[in-house]
Design a protein. Structure first.
Length: 89
């Protein structure tokens, strides 16, 4: 099976990097620890991270489901959206 290149989460050693744009348009960069913030779940791993934008105080919730090899399978953001890696500056 072939996997597409991940467009929202970038793996950097023991961390994932991503960015979430809140409803007000503020972009919040995140550094997610693979060992401390991601939990084992049935058939893989799961992440739920609550985000508060520092300037606008907007709130968002990021959820990511991973397979057993720690590859993202499904992503959802309540109160915002993931910023594609191509748009990072």
């Amino acid at each position: 099976m072939f996997f597409r290149r991940e467009e929202h989460l970038k793996s950097e050693g023991n961390f994932f990097l991503c960015r979430v744009r809140t409803r007000s348009g503020e972009v919040v960069p995140l550094r997610i620890s693979k060992s401390a913030e991601i939990s084992p779940s049935e058939g893989g791993y799961y992440l739920r991270k609550e985000i508060v934008a520092p300037k606008s105080l907007d709130r968002a919730v990021l959820e990511v489901w991973f397979d057993r090899r720690m590859r993202p399978v499904r992503k959802a953001v309540e109160g915002g959206e993931l910023v594609p890696i191509q748009e990072w500056r």
